[in-house]
Design a protein around this ligand. Structure first.
Ligand code: MLT
Length: 390
């Protein structure tokens, strides 16, 4: 069986590869603690589950859902934007429901990229941006997002011939994997660059509600001109502990939303309506659960950063996301350090090079496991790794 060219170069998904390592270590009897994937350990809040259960009994929900999302769901997304960011969105034209934002990120590339085109992709970055681009036969131009630049890309160093061929640009703040954040001034620069070269901005805002210490992310769509050039991806996964439910959205420029909806209507058949009803409950119902979630991650962030700093790191406390992004100690690569930590401590960390070349020299810790288990992981690292040099 000969695979198609487009899939031959496609690696297994980063976390599928990590799962294999976890399974291999478990098979050897290791009690593995995975700080790998960002997958909330805490349950979906009860009122959301209750809504799903009620709606699952309604036969009207057992039929095909609307391709682009139920009006009530798209309205709820629009209401969320209005309440949280003071952004007005037409739910009919400027919002489309997604089976998780990952799906929309992969599909939007099909709407705008031809073979030979370029998409601007952050490095390090969520692997799906690059893979989506690759599947269309277009090329990714990796924009370094470096620590010394606050994990923001520098548009001035993108060669004009690259910018002229670029059709799409992915941005992601609060950022996975670095925890970096962006302000209005940065988005203004990105919008001016996109307008100059006629580039569509796809802003991935999956971590928009996970913030600490008085910081509160703005939406890309709040910034003047954003709606002319781009869309924002949102997700219920991390905000409401709903990774398994697969529900998110894209919002913003009506032409991009229509194109994304058109491609989706030809490929998938929408989201189970009971899940959409539960998502409405999540977005518009009580929000105390979100404040609690932030509190839990803040405590875990403090514990992990304090623990690593006691081992010799010198990390500042990140203001957003569920990730910690430290450099590896001297004389290690991302992979050799991840291997050492698994071998000595039975702890899985994500090697930074899994997010692109500029992730080399870093590793990622996810805060999405019970606090006690996280504490144990740190303790095992402290006891087993010996003296580390930085
Ligand atoms: C992550 O850990 O980066 C994400 O949760 C993985 C994903 O969304 O597939």
């Amino acid at each position: 069986m000969e695979e198609a060219e487009r899939i031959k170069a496609l690696p297994p998904y980063l976390f599928a590869r990590i799962d294999e390592k976890i399974e291999a270590a478990k098979a050897k009897g290791v009690d593995v603690i995975s700080l790998g994937i960002g997958d909330p350990d805490r349950p979906t809040p009860e009122h959301i589950i209750k809504k799903l259960a009620e709606e699952a009994h309604n036969p009207a929900n057992h039929r095909y859902p609307s391709y682009v999302g139920m009006p009530v769901y798209r309205q709820a997304v629009s209401t969320y934007y209005q309440r949280r960011f003071n952004v007005e969105l037409d739910p009919k034209k400027e919002v489309v429901a997604l089976i998780g934002s990952k799906e929309g990120i992969a599909h939007v590339t099909w709407c705008y990229l031809n073979p030979g085109d370029i998409a601007l992709v952050p490095d390090p970055g969520y692997p799906v941006y690059n893979v989506g681009v690759m599947l269309t036969g277009a090329e990714s131009y990796r924009m370094p997002i470096l620590e010394e630049n606050g994990f923001l890309p520098d548009f001035d160093i993108i060669p004009p011939d690259v910018a002229k061929r670029a059709k799409l640009m992915f941005l992601n703040y609060p950022n996975n994997p670095t925890g970096g954040i962006a302000d209005a001034a940065f988005y203004t620069k990105a919008i001016a660059f996109a307008k100059k070269y006629d580039i569509i901005i796809c802003h991935d805002a999956a971590y928009q509600e996970i913030y600490f210490d008085g910081y509160k992310p703005i939406s890309f769509l709040e910034v003047e001109g954003a709606g002319d050039v781009g869309i924002e991806f949102g997700s219920l996964s991390k905000t409401y502990n709903m990774t398994g439910w697969r529900v998110g959205w894209a919002a913003g420029n009506a032409r991009v939303i229509e194109a994304l909806g058109r491609i989706k209507s030809n490929i998938d058949s929408g989201i189970f309506q009971a899940v959409q009803a539960a998502a409405v409950e999540a977005l518009l119902g009580p929000q105390e659960c979100v404040a609690e979630m932030r509190q839990v991650y803040r405590e875990r962030r403090d514990m992990v950063i304090d623990g690593l700093n006691e081992m010799g790191w010198n990390l500042n406390k990140s203001l957003a996301t569920i990730y910690i992004w430290p450099r590896v100690p001297k004389s290690f690569t991302s992979s050799s350090f991840a291997e050492l930590v698994l071998e000595k401590a039975g702890v899985v960390i994500t090697p930074g090079n899994g997010y692109g070349e500029c992730g080399e020299g870093y590793f990622r810790i996810s805060l999405t496991l019970p606090t006690e288990r996280l504490r144990e992981a740190l303790e095992r690292m402290r006891l087993s790794l010996g003296t580390l040099e930085f």
